[in-house]
Design a binder for this molecule. Structure first.
Ligand SMILES: [Zn+2]
Length: 268
């Protein structure tokens, strides 16, 4: 349960969200103070965050943007990756996920009554006892590569696609959500086939990353091209193709697992 009086006595970081943007100070840092930072005396939702190094940080959803005189910068969560220390970005991502969860679970999905807080990361329905926890949606992202017939690594190729829903003009990797009753490997094979018409083999897990848009766990794999002609699913992809190491188009920013997987491949 949130003990506001106790919480307001100690110095803490504030993760203040207005829509999908996070408020930072002029120095591009998180506001840090015991009390609610200046200019935010308006209705909003609080979400206590799990304790880090003995500090209970707070996430806040503000329904209005503070007046300019208070000097906040507001940047998209994705863009904040480039200005915040990584540990703060990770906390901000968690804060955003928990605020989203809080908003989505005000009422019990079983009986429709308002829910109460159980703990920092749980709620309980006082009417029927239903417990609600933050859910994580599982998605896979896959780097598909094709070895050159010459054996020269500079002639190996990487499959890159440009999705209609990408928030920028760059090429990324095939990705998609894991469906009910599916393993991650099965989801990967299905997504590659659906989006590109290709068959893959040699699936290898490489890395994972929480992706707070709004609450996804991305699991990253490598897979080797096996067969098929590249046939793009036009409802999802604008363009795509095979690229050699020395001729890559614009690739995703450092915030993404796609970028990390591509960099791994480039270094191998
Ligand atoms: Zn209920």
């Amino acid at each position: 349960m949130l003990q506001l009086f106790e919480i307001f006595m100690s110095e803490k970081k504030w993760f203040i969200f207005y829509r999908d943007e996070i408020l930072l100070t002029q120095e591009k840092r998180l506001p840090c103070s015991p009390q609610l930072p200046k200019g935010l005396e308006t209705p909003h939702a609080y979400q206590e965050l799990p304790e880090v190094d003995g500090v209970k940080n707070l996430a806040v959803r503000s329904d209005v943007l503070p007046d300019e005189k208070w000097g906040y910068r507001h940047v998209g969560l994705r863009a904040s990756h480039d200005v915040l220390p990584l540990s703060d970005f990770r906390l901000a991502s968690k804060a955003r996920e928990l605020l989203h969860w809080d908003e989505q679970t005000r009422y019990c999905g079983r009986c429709g009554q308002p829910t109460d807080r159980g703990s920092v990361i749980s709620k309980i329905c006082s009417n029927c006892g239903n417990e609600l926890w933050p859910t994580v949606v599982t998605a896979v992202i896959v780097l598909v590569y094709r070895r050159s017939v010459t054996g020269n690594r500079d002639d190996d190729e990487l499959l890159l696609v440009r999705g209609r829903n990408f928030p920028g003009n760059y090429f990324g990797l095939v990705a998609g959500f894991v469906e009910t009753g599916e393993s991650m490997e099965e989801a990967l094979v299905r997504e590659v086939k659906e989006e590109t018409g290709l068959e893959v083999t040699g699936i290898e897990y490489r890395a994972s990353q929480p992706w707070p848009f709004p609450s996804v766990l991305m699991s990253g794999f490598f897979a080797e091209y096996k067969s098929g002609e590249l046939t793009l699913q036009r409802e999802e992809l604008l363009e795509g193709g095979w690229f050699k190491r020395n001729a890559l188009p614009v690739i995703p920013g450092k915030v993404s697992l796609a970028r990390r997987l591509i960099e791994m491949w480039l270094e191998e």
